[in-house]
Design a protein around this ligand. Structure first.
Ligand code: ISL
Ligand code: CA
Length: 543
C-alpha cells in the first residue's frame, strides 16, 4: 500500500477552540466543516482530530465516556459523518484520537466495574490498600498527587495515571484488548484514516511495585514502553490496522531512542511514527515547569539524534499540550513575524511527516492570561495545588506555570479582528488573546508576506521536492545561536537550511560550504554571503 502519510502534511484540530457555529462559545463539528477550505488552501492533506467523543470533559475529551458517540457540545454522529464526507470531497483524510490508556470514570465499563463481583471489575486496575492502610504503591499521577483513588463502596483503590476521573484500563485483561479492536474497526469503517494514539507506550503496567523516588510522575519505570505494550500494539496491527489503508502516530511519553526504534520498526508492525518530547525540552529541566537556557546547539543535537536514529519522524513544534512555538523558541515581540517563519522553515524541512497545530500557521502566541483564575486545564490546576502544598509562594508558582501551561495553545483560533475573533458570537469557553486584533487569519489571508502565506509556500516547496521529503539529514554547523543542516539525495540534490535563533545577527563561516542558490527565506534576500539577520532562515540549494 502507498505510504501517503509520508507525502502529506497533518493539521491538528482541537475542536473546542477551532470554530464555533451556534454561539455557545465552544467550537463544534459544523465549525470544522465550515473551515475545510482553509485547511485545503494551507496545503494540509490530513486532519488529526483531538477527541470529539462523548465525555464529561474533565480533561477536555481525553476522558471518554462513550467511544461510539459524539460529545453533544460538538454536534452529532450525523455531523461527524458529514465531516468525513466533506473532507473526502477535498481529498483530506482524518485520523481520530485513540485514547485507550484510560476511560472516563463515567464510562459504563467503569460504573459497572465499581461492583466487586462485576464481570467488568477486571477492566480496570483495582488493588487493596497496603499493610499500613495507604495506597497500594507510591506512584504519582501526571497531574499531581497519588495515582490511586480510594473507592469506599468496594473498599479498594483504582489506578489513574492522569486525573482521578481517568481510571486506567487493565491491559492484562484480553477482553479490554478485544473492546479496543472493536472501537478501532468502528471508526475505520466510518472513514477514519488512522489514529493518533494517546500515551500509547504506557498502557501495559508490568509490575505494581513502588517507583524510584522522583520529583514527579513516580512509578513510570514500571509502565513505560514495557514488553506488554509492544505485544498489544502488534496485536492491534495484525487484527485491525493491517486490514485498512491507514496509519498510526503514537504519543510516546518518556520515550528514548532505543524504545522508539522498536515502536516504529516497520518489520515489527507496531506504529508508523511517534511523537517524542526531547526537542521541546532543551530549555527545560526534568520537569517542564523548571526552565534552563536554550541553545541552538543543544536543539540541533537532539534533532540530529532523532532524525538519524529513526527512519521516519513525526515532526512537530506545537500541539494542545505545548506552549506556542513562537513564544517558546521564537520571539513573540519585535521579531514575531520573522521568528514564526523561521520556525516554519524548521518544521517543513526535516525528514518526516510535519504536523501543524491550529493557529500555528498564523503565528498565534501564548495566552495573555494574568492569573490562575483564567486557566481551565486540569494539569495546571493540579500542579498549582501540589506546589501550594510545598509552600511555594504564589508569585513563584505563577512564574513557573504561566509559560508552560497547556492552556497557552488552547485559546480560540483567531480568525478575525472582531470581538470573539471570528471564533464565536457568544462567550468563549477560554479567553481569547487580546492580540487577535493584530494576529488573525483574515489579516494574513491575502497578504503575500504573511506567516500564513509563508506556511503555504513552504508546504508547496516540500510537496514538490523528493529531497525535502525523503533526503538524508545531516548537521552542518551550529553555535549557541545558529544551526545549519543539510538534506541530501546523493547524486541528485542537496539543500542546506540555515536558521538564526536569536535577536542578534550572526554569520556562518565560508569554509563550511554554506553557499548555493536561495530557494526560500523569511527576509528579502536573493543571495547568501554568510551574514544572517536576527531570526533569519535561509534554504539554499547547494547542488
Ligand atoms: O502535557 C504534557 C506535557 O506537556 C504531558 O504530561 C501530557 O499529559 C502527556 O504527554 C500525555 O498527553 C496526552 O494524554 C493526556 C491528555 O491530558 C493530553 O492532552 C494528551 O495529549 C491524558 O489523556
Ligand atoms: Ca458551538
Amino acid at each position: 500500500m502507498s505510504q501517503w502519510w509520508k507525502e502529506r502534511v497533518v493539521y491538528q484540530i482541537y475542536p473546542r477552540s477551532f470554530q464555533d457555529t451556534n454561539g455557545d462559545g465552544i467550537g463544534d463539528i459544523p465549525g470544522i466543516i465550515s473551515r475545510l477550505d482553509e485547511i485545503k488552501e494551507l496545503g494540509a492533506g490530513i486532519i488529526w482530530l483531538s477527541p470529539v467523543f462523548k465525555s464529561p470533559d474533565a480533561d477536555n475529551g481525553y476522558d471518554i465516556s462513550d467511544y461510539r458517540d459524539i460529545n453533544p457540545k460538538f454536534g452529532t454522529m450525523a455531523d461527524m459523518e458529514q465531516l468525513f464526507a466533506e473532507a473526502a470531497k477535498r481529498d483530506i483524510k482524518i485520523i481520530m484520537d485513540l485514547v485507550i490508556n484510560h476511560t472516563s470514570d463515567e464510562h459504563d465499563w467503569f460504573i459497572k466495574s465499581r461492583e466487586k463481583d462485576s464481570p467488568y471489575r477486571d477492566y480496570y486496575i483495582w488493588k487493596p490498600a497496603n499493610q499500613d492502610g495507604k495506597p497500594p504503591n507510591n506512584w504519582t499521577s501526571f497531574f499531581g498527587g497519588s495515582a490511586w483513588k480510594f473507592d469506599p463502596r468496594s473498599g479498594e483503590y483504582y489506578l489513574h495515571l492522569f486525573n482521578e476521573k481517568q481510571p486506567d484500563l487493565n491491559y492484562r485483561n484480553p477482553k479490554v484488548i478485544e473492546e479496543v479492536k472493536d472501537i478501532m474497526h468502528f471508526w475505520l469503517k466510518k472513514g477514519a484514516a488512522g489514529f493518533r494514539c494517546d500515551v500509547i507506550n504506557l498502557i501495559f503496567k508490568s509490575s505494581y511495585a513502588d517507583g524510584k523516588r522522583r520529583l514527579a510522575i513516580q512509578g513510570r519505570e514500571h509502565y513505560t514502553s514495557q514488553e506488554g505494550s509492544h505485544r498489544i500494539l502488534q496485536e492491534l496491527n495484525r487484527h485491525v490496522l493491517s486490514q485498512y489503508d491507514c496509519f498510526t502516530v503514537g504519543e510516546a511519553a518518556f520515550v528514548d531512542l532505543h524504545d522508539a526504534k522498536l515502536l516504529c520498526d516497520p518489520d515489527r508492525k507496531e506504529l508508523d511514527m511517534l511523537f517524542y518530547f526531547d526537542h521541546l525540552n532543551v530549555d527545560r529541566r526534568i520537569e517542564k515547569y523548571i526552565s534552563k537556557k536554550f541553545s541552538a546547539k543543544k536543539l540541533l543535537a537532539v534533532i540530529t539524534k532523532w532524525q538519524q536514529g529513526l527512519d521516519w519522524n513525526a515532526v512537530y513544534l506545537e500541539n494542545h499540550d505545548q506552549p506556542r512555538i513562537v513564544s517558546h523558541y521564537g520571539n513573540d515581540g519585535e521579531y514575531w513575524e520573522r521568528s514564526a517563519k523561521m520556525l516554519a522553515t524548521l518544521l517543513l524541512t526535516l525528514r518526516g511527516t510535519p504536523y501543524i497545530y491550529q493557529g500555528q500557521e498564523i503565528g498565534m502566541t501564548n495566552f495573555d492570561y494574568t492569573s490562575m483564575s483564567e486557566l481551565n486545564d486540569v494539569e495546571a490546576i493540579g500542579v498549582d495545588k501540589m506546589m501550594r502544598k510545598f509552600h511555594i509562594p504564589a508569585s513563584l508558582r505563577w512564574k513557573m506555570i504561566a509559560p508552560s501551561a497547556r492552556d497557552n495553545s488552547r485559546t480560540p483560533v483567531q480568525w478575525s479582528a472582531e470581538d470573539g475573533a471570528g471564533f464565536t458570537k457568544g462567550t468563549p469557553w477560554l479567553g481569547i488573546n487580546k492580540n487577535h486584533t493584530k494576529i488573525n487569519y483574515e489579516e494574513q489571508k491575502n497578504r503575500e508576506d504573511s506567516i500564513l502565506s509563508y506556511y503555504k509556500e513552504m508546504i508547496k516547496l516540500r510537496a514538490g521536492s523528493e529531497t525535502l521529503k525523503y533526503g538524508d539529514f545531516a548537521p552542518v554547523y551550529c553555535t549557541k545561536q545558529v544551526m545549519a543542516y543539510s538534506r541530501t539525495i546523493i547524486g541528485d540534490e542537496q539543500y542546506v537550511v540555515i536558521l538564526n535563533f536569536s535577536d542578534k545577527s550572526a554569520s556562518t563561516p565560508l569554509e563550511n560550504n554554506l553557499v548555493g542558490k536561495v530557494i526560500a527565506t523569511n527576509t528579502n534576500r536573493t543571495d547568501y554571503n554568510g551574514e544572517l539577520a536576527p531570526w533569519e532562515a535561509v534554504v539554499l540549494k547547494v547542488w
